[in-house]
Design a protein around this ligand. Structure first.
Ligand SMILES: OC[C@@H]1[C@@H](O)[C@H](O)[C@@H](O)c2nc(CNc3ccccc3)cn21
Length: 448
């Protein structure tokens, strides 16, 4: 029987995000955020679902942490809700919000679970959106103020910090395609938002360094290996352009301090190039301790004369897919990890999200036998192991997600958790994948 053993100190974790699990959307002084607003507008979300209650983790966090402990989970990636701390995004501090995160983080640590904190997982205080949101450079300063308070409060006990989760999604889905909050549809705004978010990332990394804190800080990017549909040169170019749009724009900025020339040229021609300075780029590329990667699937591209602004369209192949309609393509994780290792100086990598949605059901025994999810996780972890065996500095893996939760535009229709949540009763049911993952953690290895 083949056994894939991981490095001795490999980080095995699970991940969630505040808006997707906490609920308590207007409790204990929390301010409104852009997802509270976006979900309140009929038609934006599947069946008009919202995060008002979600998994009620705000009140059930102790029970959820007990489940983590029972499963032997030692690392937990969570995000902090900015509007719980600063209801208006800056200025007055909401002590009850701060106290919640003190309880949560202290409980984790008391159980021997190391927190990895994401400062921004899409939930901008609405008051800041009312002044232009991330398109307004002033919001950068407010993000630094928020980060400084978090570092002062938790910098000594939180060993891993992630400035931003997926600036590409915030920028493109939230400001170009309009399918995420705040629902803007303008590419020039979207690319300025992406730049300002990256600039806020760099400023917060510099702040973290100035405070002489002992942990590690990085950023999480959603990345996908890109493939042309055919070897026709137009399809090949389409895949290159999409790789620049999704991957290289962010990787080059953060790890090389430059935007990729081919994309700068394309965006300038399309009159959507953001405004930026050399100083901005120097700040953005402040050295990070790790790159967080969220990988779910690959991207297959074809040339499309009518596709704005890239003349490239994603292709939906008839291959096995998850419930999100995303192709199951584990080797794409290997491709991504090795490409980044070779092209970006061997930067330390954490997989900060990988997982799958499937249409889970509770069987007559009250169990969730999610073999499809186990298969997805096994195949991706085997590719991760292959990359490590070839020298990639992959230091850890956070499974998305610990709990079924609010899946943004899809609401509660999509279940990513290794713990099932009955939203009517808030009962938790540990899925078979959780027991499988518990064994992977215990053995620090995969067994065929
Ligand atoms: O969709 C699953 C998760 C989501 O729940 C997380 O909050 C988010 O960090 C996340 N990012 C991706 C990958 N990127 C992506 C692509 C298209 C739409 C939404 C996200 C998947 N996921």
């Amino acid at each position: 029987m083949q056994k894939y053993t991981f490095p001795k100190d490999f980080i095995w974790g699970v991940a969630t995000a505040a808006y997707q699990i906490e609920g308590a959307h207007n409790v204990d002084g929390k301010g409104e955020n852009i997802w509270d607003r976006f979900t309140s507008i009929p038609g934006n979300i599947y069946k008009n679902h919202n995060g008002n209650v979600a998994c009620n983790h705000y009140n059930l966090y102790e029970k959820d942490i007990e489940i983590m402990e029972e499963l032997g989970i030692k690392n937990y990636r969570l995000s902090i809700s900015w509007a719980r701390i600063f209801p208006k995004g800056y200025g007055e501090i909401n002590q009850k919000g701060l106290d919640y995160y003190k309880r949560l983080i202290n409980t984790l640590i008391s159980k021997g679970i190391k927190p990895a904190v994401t400062l921004y997982h899409w939930d901008l205080p609405q008051h800041l959106q009312d002044m232009g949101g991330w398109a307004n450079r002033k919001v950068i300063d407010y993000f630094v103020e928020y980060a400084e308070l978090m570092f002062k409060e938790f910098g000594d006990v939180v060993p891993i910090w992630i400035t931003h989760n997926e600036p590409w999604v915030v920028s493109i889905l939230g400001h170009a395609w309009g399918v995420h909050a705040p629902g803007i549809k303008d590419y020039k705004t979207a690319l300025q938002v992406a730049h300002n978010i990256l600039l806020s990332h760099g400023k917060v990394v510099k702040l973290y360094r100035s405070m002489n804190l002992k942990g590690k800080i990085g950023i999480t990017l959603n990345l996908s290996s890109t493939h042309p549909l055919t070897d026709d040169e137009k399809d090949v170019r389409a895949a290159e352009v999409y790789d620049g749009f999704l991957n290289r724009w962010f990787l080059d900025a953060v790890l090389k301090g430059t935007y990729p020339e081919d994309m700068v040229k394309l965006y300038r021609e399309q009159n959507i190039l953001p405004e930026y300075t050399d100083e901005d780029m120097s700040i953005i590329s402040e050295k990070i301790d790790f790159l967080g990667i969220n990988y779910y699937t690959r991207s297959v591209l074809k040339y499309d004369e009518n596709a704005y602004p890239l003349k490239a369209s994603l292709v939906d192949l008839e291959n096995p897919k998850t419930d999100m309609g995303w192709e199951i393509y584990p080797q794409g994780l290997y491709e991504l990890l090795t490409n980044i290792h070779h092209n970006y100086g061997g930067v330390d990598i954490l997989i900060t999200e990988n997982g799958a949605a499937f249409n889970d059901i509770v069987n007559y025994k009250g169990k969730v036998v999610d073999d499809y999810r186990i298969d997805y996780l096994y195949r991706h972890l085997r590719e991760a192991h292959r990359a490590i065996s070839e020298g990639v500095n992959l230091r850890g893996y956070y499974l998305w997600s610990f709990l079924d939760n609010f899946e943004w535009a899809e609401g509660y229709a999509k279940r990513f958790g290794i713990v099932f949540v009955d939203y009517k009763t808030q009962q938790r049911i540990v899925k078979e994948s959780a027991y499988w993952y518990s064994n992977v953690i215990k053995n620090n290895s995969l067994c065929e």
